[in-house]
Write a protein that binds this ligand. Structure first.
Ligand code: FAD
Length: 438
């Protein structure tokens, strides 16, 4: 614990924060993974900025009244004060170093901020396996490589857990007789990865990457070089950018029928889309829902003929063509109204429902690095059976890979294959090196 950071209680708040000059306050809790992720950044930033900004930590559980009076309801929360006045952003969750620095620049002059920044010394770390992306694919790979005693670092732009940590309930991951919350499943996976000995760099920005020379730079200061790199950055549903969509994701807005259709037994769902996924998934949802209304922007479907025939023959499925959603509305536990616009008359109408599925396609999360890799026609990375990409020593696993089915189990399977393949290769390489040197 450095003496640049002061731990205070609520009785000292006035003196140490409100009557001081520039202050950053970290409301933290114990047994809080995002608080642990922030602690290293807080410590490292205090080395550079503590002459100009006071670094204060307050244990939230023991100072609940103060936290409540300041509207602090989650840990960690960072607050920035200048002469007793709250300024800048209120940061919470997976807090990035770049977000903190942005707020420091409101506390000190531009010249001083530039001078302080120039004092930051970059440093290098070497490892055996660098994994970019801490979803189920990346964490599974890390568990295997760390258990094989390979120095493993997992880098994620967010807190680890991937898409699953924001999935309400998971009922198809083996090992649980009742559906488990996606957040808890990934919490256990991340803890297992840490226990195996893997290191994390979480809620960070990759500011430079060179896969030919096998290194990345994290937050502009740490260069991480690796013998093998695994890309496990997943894919994201392409958003419609319609009001209510992001707010109610997981609360009536779903992007995965395999995962969520079972929660709509006997209910009415709206499906947005008219391509293969929308139509095939609607037929799957029809095993559970009592009514499905497909809303499509064109006057015909884009799905293949077989899928179309099946959907048209299904009495539970009806179609609204040449309409687009304009808003998802949630009055109770789930989205229960979809406002749609007739593209010909511009008339708005409301469809009452119990939830909505959106199938507007997925995109692999590789926009900054796609130039390195052979991709399929949808932009996913092509690998061989051992999850190797076209670049030597670079692997890809999980949803970012070109394949037919994207689920937690398939991501975990890819991670396992890549990790065992890497362990064997590094073993062979080190035996060869010993033989050459002997
Ligand atoms: C709404 C929804 C519900 C689902 N429910 C289920 C279910 O019930 N059961 C099931 O089996 N499957 C489900 N799935 C599918 C499942 O979530 C995915 O197949 C699985 O998460 C893929 O794992 P992954 O590790 O490849 O990718 P992800 O889980 O997407 O993880 C990728 C990780 O990479 C990180 N990352 C991305 N870009 C970068 C970058 N540039 N730098 C650093 N890090 C980066 C992300 O922050 C993330 O942590 C669901 C999917 C969705 C969208």
């Amino acid at each position: 614990m450095s003496d640049r950071i002061k731990y205070i209680s609520s009785v000292e708040f006035e003196k140490e924060v409100l009557k001081a000059g520039n202050v950053v306050v970290d409301f933290y809790s114990t047994e809080c993974p995002p608080c642990e992720a922030l602690a290293n950044k807080f410590e490292s930033l205090s080395e550079t900025y503590s002459d100009d900004i006071k670094f204060i930590k307050i244990f939230r559980q023991e100072n609940k009244d103060l936290a409540k009076s300041l509207g602090v309801s989650s840990s960690p929360t960072l607050l920035f004060y200048s002469n007793g006045e709250l300024i800048g952003d209120r940061l919470t969750g997976g807090i990035k170093r770049s977000e903190i620095v942005k707020n420091f620049e409101l506390l000190v002059s531009h010249e001083r901020a530039t001078e302080l920044k120039s004092r930051i010394e970059p440093y290098s770390t070497e490892c055996d396996v660098l994994i970019i992306g801490g979803g189920p694919a990346g964490l599974s790979a890390a568990i295997y490589t760390a258990q094989a005693k390979l120095k493993t670092i997992v880098v994620d732009k967010d807190l680890p857990g991937g898409q699953v940590k924001v999935t309400h309930l998971v009922s198809n991951y083996p090992g649980f007789s009742e559906p488990i919350s996606g957040y808890m499943l990934m919490h256990h996976m991340a803890e297992q990865t840490k226990a195996a000995g893997a290191e994390f760099r979480q809620a960070v920005d990759i500011t430079e990457s060179d896969f030919e020379n096998r290194f990345i730079v994290v937050d502009g200061i740490e260069k991480i070089s690796a013998k093998k790199i695994i890309i496990a950055t997943g894919s994201s549903p392409r958003p419609l950018n319609v009001k209510g969509e992001l707010e109610y994701k997981g609360q009536g807005i779903s992007y995965c029928a395999t995962c969520d259709a079972k929660f709509y037994e006997g209910k009415h769902v709206v499906v947005i889309g008219g391509g293969n996924s929308a139509i095939e998934e609607s037929s799957f949802i029809s095993k559970f829902a009592s009514k499905i209304t497909i809303v499509h922007q064109f006057d015909t479907l884009q799905a293949n003929k077989l899928a179309q025939e099946k959907a048209f023959a299904d009495p539970k499925i009806s179609f609204i063509f040449e309409h687009e959603p304009r808003e998802f509305i949630k009055n109770g536990d789930s989205v229960n109204e979809v406002l749609v616009e007739d593209l010909n008359t511009h008339e708005l109408k409301t469809i009452n429902c119990d939830g909505a599925f959106i199938f507007a396609g997925m995109t692999p999360n590789i926009s900054e690095i796609k130039q390195y890799f052979k991709l399929d026609k949808w932009g996913y990375i092509i690998t061989d059976a051992n999850m190797k990409t076209n670049l030597e020593n670079i692997y890809a696993i999980g949803d970012v890979v070109s394949k037919q089915f994207r689920q937690i189990t398939t991501a975990v399977s890819d991670g396992t294959i890549a990790a065992i393949s890497i362990s064997k290769e590094l073993e062979t390489e080190s035996v060869t090196e010993v033989l050459i040197n002997s």
